[in-house]
Design a protein around this ligand. Structure first.
Ligand code: GMT
Length: 376
């Protein structure tokens, strides 16, 4: 099948999911065309894996009259060209804004290609509900030929918040458990922590919803009880305030800010604990990646995180109320003191990742939706 994928290119879960899905579809023999401003974040490192992946850059035209970029028009135009040139049967928009709108416009222009929109989270729970986007987002969701959401939480929220009555299939995100696996390399670990120090990790795009300052608050409490180090991976608007808080709390010497890089699996696997205290998370892909590496997760009990991390004996981590940094720190301290429980939780997390979020399962879920749209 000839498939077009539209997604955000910067470090973020929706772009990662779109990229990994595209690479997996190409490995099955499909022709996958990414339409974006630049190559999506993880594409260059994964592209070598197979044939059948094409990248089409969205053009732009700077004209003094246009004060801001006209992204939807440029993206719709680029997609329309690819649809006509390559006979695209299906355009898969990851994240409603602006990709679903562009895909619908390209469909109207070409009178070809069905539109599948996958909702990822803030396109519904935050940005999409803003008066600046509300009507156009609702329109794009309602007029897509099919809609999927990455969690049951998000599917429910979408129907409720936009007062919609349409079927939304839930297809969760996936993790490649061969790439994301425990890393016992003492050599790598000793670059970041001594053997007696606990190693905590956080990865995000440092947006306000990630509550990166809570990561530092939790870490400061842990570090007051035992030798510990924290790796903060990623970049974004909250980066500097988070660094400043670390200074104020006197823990900056125990924290390394590593910036953004695509191959997080290399360091994730050496961690003892992963922290994700977000105020909202429709899925929390990075928590799943940590679980796949046998790293227990301490996260907020919000959105789709309970579906990912689980609760009870078979959970891959511990969920706590949002903003409750004391409870998060207590749970972290207890878990770090109990190696056996921590390892059992790590194994349970990997088991859960293998059972519920396997790429073959997720890819075949999308293929079923694709064929329901393109057959007949
Ligand atoms: O976090 C965002 O602002 C956008 C988005 C992204 O592109 O990373 O994240 C969302 O999609 C991810 C992939 O499906 C989910 O794992 C994240 O939970 C979700 N973020 C939020 O709901 C805050």
């Amino acid at each position: 099948m000839e498939i077009a994928i539209l997604c955000h290119v910067s470090a973020g879960g929706s772009g990662v999911v779109a990229t990994e899905l595209g690479v997996a579809l190409a490995a099955l023999g499909h022709q996958v065309h990414f339409i974006a401003q630049q190559q999506p974040f993880r594409l260059p490192s994964l592209r070598g894996q197979g044939q059948g992946i094409y990248f089409h850059q969205v053009g732009s035209y700077a004209y003094p009259l246009f004060e801001t970029p006209l992204t939807v028009l440029n993206e719709a135009n680029a997609l329309a060209s690819v649809i006509l040139e390559h006979g695209i049967e299906l355009s898969h928009a990851h994240y409603a804004i602006p990709h679903a709108s562009s895909a619908l416009m390209a469909k109207d222009i070409t009178r070809r290609s069905k539109v599948l929109t996958t909702l990822h989270g803030t396109d519904v729970t935050l940005v999409g509900l803003d008066p600046a986007f509300r009507h156009s987002t609702r329109y794009a969701i309602e007029h897509s030929d099919a809609v999927t959401a990455v969690s049951h939480f998000l599917a429910r929220q979408t129907l409720e918040m936009f007062h919609l009555d349409l079927p939304i299939s839930v297809i969760p995100n996936m993790v490649d458990t061969k790439r994301f696996r425990p890393n016992r390399s003492a050599n790598l670990r000793q670059r970041f922590a001594d053997p007696e120090q606990a190693l905590l990790v956080h990865i995000s795009n440092f947006r306000a919803v990630k509550r990166t300052e809570d990561v530092v608050q939790v870490f400061a409490r842990v570090a007051s009880q035992q030798p510990a180090r924290l790796l903060m991976i990623g970049d974004g608007p909250e980066h500097d305030p988070t660094m400043e808080l670390a200074e104020r709390l006197g823990v900056s010497g125990q924290i390394q800010f590593l910036g953004s890089f695509p191959s997080v699996e290399e360091v994730l696997g050496i961690a003892d604990l992963f922290l994700l205290p977000s105020s909202q998370e429709s899925f929390g892909l990075v928590a799943l990646e940590a679980m796949s590496c046998e790293v227990p997760v301490i996260a907020s009990r919000v959105g789709g995180l309970p579906e990912v991390v689980g609760e009870g004996r078979e959970a891959g981590g511990i969920l706590c109320p949002v903003r409750d940094v004391d409870t998060m720190a207590d749970r972290a301290i207890t878990l770090l003191a109990d190696r056996e429980r921590r390892q059992a939780m790590g194994r349970a997390g990997r088991q859960r990742a293998r059972k519920l979020f396997r790429p073959d399962r997720v890819v075949s879920g999308y293929l079923q939706v694709y064929s329901s749209l393109t057959s007949g």
